[in-house]
Write a protein that binds this ligand. Sequence first.
Ligand SMILES: [Zn+2]
Length: 131
Amino acid sequence: MTAELEKRAIAVHGAAYAPYSEFRVGACVQMNGKLFDGVNVENASYGLGICAERSAVFSAVIAGAHELAAVMVCTDASPPSSPCGACRQVLYEFARDPAAVVVTSINPAGERRSWTLAELLPDGFSGRELP
Ligand SMILES: [Zn+2]
């Protein structure tokens, strides 16, 4: 499944809409055994943009998938970029066991970095504290 995640993240990163930053990001998440793609989508009103990781997760939610197993992110950066804080929190929302969810960042040149979600967001906010 990792090879398919990687293939899709690389492919979709070309579809990113990033005319302002020119920082194109593609993501592919495995949720409930299925794969969902996402790209970053910027806006002239900068604060309205969304990251690739979150757009992939939201596509999964539309399909009824709520259990995150793996994340693949592709950018042109060297070394490959890790997900931003907002995306880490959104990923955490759907991770039953953050220590078991592997997040991998790659670039088309073949470089890669990997972490568990627990490493990226230690002691994250789960919502269990909410009334
Ligand atoms: Zn992000």
